[in-house]
Design a protein around this ligand. Sequence first.
Ligand SMILES: Cc1cn([C@H]2C[C@H](O)[C@@H](COP(=O)(O)OP(=O)(O)OP(=O)(O)O)O2)c(=O)[nH]c1=O
Length: 186
Amino acid sequence: MKRLILASSSPRRKELLEMANLPFEILASHIEEEVPENSTPEEVVQSLAYQKAKAVAELEKDAYVLGADTVVVYNGTILGKPKTEQEAFQTLKLLSGKTHEVLTGVAILSRAEETVFYERTKVTFWDLTDEEIFDYIASGEPMDKAGSYGIQQRGSLFVKRIDGDYFSVVGLPIARTVRELKKLGF
Ligand SMILES: Cc1cn([C@H]2C[C@H](O)[C@@H](COP(=O)(O)OP(=O)(O)OP(=O)(O)O)O2)c(=O)[nH]c1=O
């Protein structure tokens, strides 16, 4: 029986992986994430997912360890979690009425093998009024989320169109992840 560890403190990733009906443990790594310089957003999410999984894989040598990372990309720029409410406002103002991409990188590592991939989802927002943005920030929802919104909560009210895996926007492309786990013998 193969052991699977989710290297994440995200309750959303835990819930999504639970849908797979595979037994797993959780061991979050709390590493200092190092963003590789001069790299594309696709490389960044895969590298960060790898770093999160690697930190735990080094401690748990007989397990498969899954790490993931989600970013929002607009106009080639990565928009991560907002550091301040002002930054959340600027981000949401930027995304208003436009289409952005959400990239989630996933790494599954064991001593013997590794799989790293990413999924891209395009999300189009309605035009947002400043009042809508202020109210949303006051709810506290944007602060721990890439791109300053959560599509699974009140952020859903901003979404006009989505093209790609919804669950990848929430934090883990579960269908692809399960397919990759099956290839690894789960
Ligand atoms: C765009 C978007 C992001 N998010 C979340 C997913 C991720 O949890 C978070 C991006 O931060 P991440 O650094 O990817 O993950 P995390 O810090 O929450 O968890 P861990 O590193 O321990 O695995 O933003 C949503 O919940 N909904 C959304 O619509």
